[in-house]
Design a protein around this ligand. Structure first.
Ligand code: ATP
Ligand code: MG
Length: 560
């Protein structure tokens, strides 16, 4: 499904559920949560989930928690925790109170596991992974009961305690719920809720050598935080019966007081990119990008570095909407949203990225310069002097020796207007030994500053910078990171085979001197070229390091 930018969502089915729950008095206040696993940096899919969960809380005067789902210690790091917090704040959201962690509940989760054992609803199982798979059955065949399913409560309590105390090797035993090996839902075929794993945990250190599984941890964490609406992606729909099974038993026994409602919506996927932390991690570790915040990455930090603003990302999330239908979105929708949000904010200046030198032969002390506004519609953005000098750079593409029909830019013996300056005429071409044009000699019509030339029309306007005043900068131009629309869905191929070798081009650019005092993350429109941002990491005007990233072009260039 392709979504077009005019289709702005008005409401969504989750809002309808919440409105109903508030109206009927089922809830006085709604509580949502955003539950990332700290195993990578957040990506555009998470941005959608953040906008949904924090956005619902904001809209309905509720609360949204940030809870790290830290149950896989080997993959989780504090760097990821910090980056996730930073990304959420950058997107413009704040979580309620302290940051929460699933590991805050490890003691509770252990206690509840003992409860399930005592109820004869959980048992310690010695099957190894292969055996377990075999016993589990398939979509078309029922599973078989584990030979360890009939262990007594006492034996199970004992073994579980020994698991915790480190008496058994990693993977030697698991704790499983006793539900139904014949269930048509595989998630209910005695799911494992604890495994033995001697791994150092970022928060609990070496206190535990058993860790609870996601399905068991997530629902209980939700309930302990009195989450009212637990929104997650569609692949968890089949896990909902397990979510409800666990909570219902604990509520019935008065161990929990609330039963959150799990609601699924479709994942956001973006064409020509990847939305999986695990796969993005491979790009980073294989050095196929410069890091998690490489401007080509669909991570929130990458988009930020690329110059996308939070308003644009939020607008995009809104336009994608919330539904249960597949949501593979064209990158142009994201770019259009970003562009729209930059249009009225970015000062417009001139830069030349592929320079051709022009000497203005009749330039003299009477040649004036004009002051020009930074934005034609927004005078409050101020203005600057656009100083003309004897030598200027124009864009090589703005000159054509054998012009195509309808050409309005510069060619031999023709005229063009310099933006915010005079009309000039090309009188002479200077070529090097091999015949390449290396310089143009042009003359100024001095009667054209701020007014039309007399007796003729000059339609074309081109941008330029002064050779003497322009600031030299490194400009990084980006193209899509992959050459395939769905790089991870090509049979028999690894997604990394589809990396676009031309996704980054670095050029030397010449920019108006106003950028001399620019700060990292300042964004500009370089007229006729696109939107550019001062690089967050490498731009440092105080030490004369000017580095700009191309955020997005002025028009949609993705269309075929
Ligand atoms: P990944 O495969 O990238 O690690 P994940 O779902 O395992 O994704 P989590 O950190 O567990 O990542 O996700 C945190 C929250 O963000 C979850 O509620 C999840 O449903 C949601 N989420 C993750 N990816 C997307 C996506 N592509 N679109 C919408 N929501 C997403
Ligand atoms: Mg996950």
């Amino acid at each position: 499904m392709t979504i077009h930018s005019h289709e702005v969502e008005a409401s969504n089915f989750i809002k309808n559920i919440i409105e109903e729950d508030l109206k009927t008095g089922k809830h006085q206040v709604i509580i949502t949560r955003f539950p990332p696993e700290p195993n990578g940096y957040l990506h555009i899919g998470h941005a959608k989930s953040i906008c949904l969960n924090f956005g619902l809380a904001k809209e309905f005067d509720g609360i949204c928690n940030l809870r790290f789902d830290d149950t896989n210690p080997e993959k989780e790091t504090d760097e990821y925790v910090q980056s996730i917090k930073e990304s959420i704040k950058w997107l413009g959201f704040n979580w309620d109170g302290e940051v929460k962690y699933a590991s805050d509940y490890f003691d509770k989760l252990y206690e509840f596991a003992e409860f399930f054992i005592k109820q004869s609803l959980a048992y310690v199982c010695d099957l190894n992974a292969d055996e377990m798979r075999e016993y589990r059955g398939s979509l078309v065949t029922k599973g078989k009961d584990s030979p360890y399913r009939k262990r007594s409560v006492e034996e199970n309590l004992n073994l579980f305690k020994q698991m915790r105390e480190g008496e058994f090797a990693d993977g030697a035993k698991t704790l499983r719920l006793k539900i139904d090996m014949a269930s048509s839902n595989i998630n209910l075929r005695d799911p494992v809720i604890y495994r033995i794993k001697r791994a150092h945990h970022i928060r609990t250190g070496d206190k535990w050598c058993i860790y609870p599984m996601y399905d068991y941890t997530h629902c209980i964490s939700d309930a302990l935080e009195n989450i009212t609406h637990s929104c997650c992606t569609l692949e968890f729909a089949d896990h909902r019966p397990l979510y409800d099974w666990v909570i219902a038993h604990l509520v019935k026994a008065n161990l929990l007081t609330s039963h959150p409602r799990q609601i699924e919506f479709s994942r956001l996927e973006l064409q020509y990119t990847i939305t999986s932390k695990r796969k993005l991690n491979q790009l980073v570790t294989d050095n196929l990008v410069s890091g998690w915040d490489d401007p080509r990455m669909p991570t929130i930090s990458g988009m930020r570095r690329r110059g996308y603003n939070k308003e644009g990302v939020q607008l995009f999330a809104k336009r994608c909407g919330i539904s249960k239908s597949p949501n593979i979105v064209d990158v142009s929708l994201l770019e259009a949203s970003v562009r729209e949000e930059l249009e009225n904010k970015a000062p417009r200046i001139m830069a030349v990225l592929n320079p051709l030198k022009v000497v203005l032969t009749n330039f003299d002390e009477y040649t004036a310069s004009r002051s020009a506004g930074f934005h034609p519609q927004h005078a409050q953005l101020g203005e600057r002097l656009v100083e003309l000098t004897r030598e200027i750079y124009i864009e090589r593409d703005d000159f054509m020796l054998d012009p195509i029909s309808g050409w309005q830019r510069l060619t031999a013996n023709s005229e063009v207007r310099l933006r915010h300056s005079y009309v000039i005429k090309c009188d002479e071409l200077i070529k090097d030994a091999t015949g390449n044009i290396v310089e143009l000699r042009c003359s100024i019509d001095k009667n054209t500053l701020g007014k039309n030339p007399e007796g003729r029309k000059v339609k074309g306007v081109i941008h330029w910078v002064s050779v003497t005043n322009a600031i030299e900068a490194q400009v990084r131009l980006y193209d899509r990171l992959f050459t395939e629309a769905e790089p991870d869905r090509v049979n028999g191929k690894d997604f990394k085979e589809f990396i676009n070798p031309h996704s980054l081009t670095i050029v030397k650019g010449y920019i108006e001197p106003v950028i001399i005092s620019s700060n990292a993350e300042d964004c500009y429109q370089f007229e006729r070229l696109g939107y550019f941002v001062a690089d967050r990491c490498d731009h440092d005007s105080s030490s004369n390091k000017y580095v700009f990233n191309k955020t997005v072009g002025l028009k949609d260039t993705w269309k075929k």
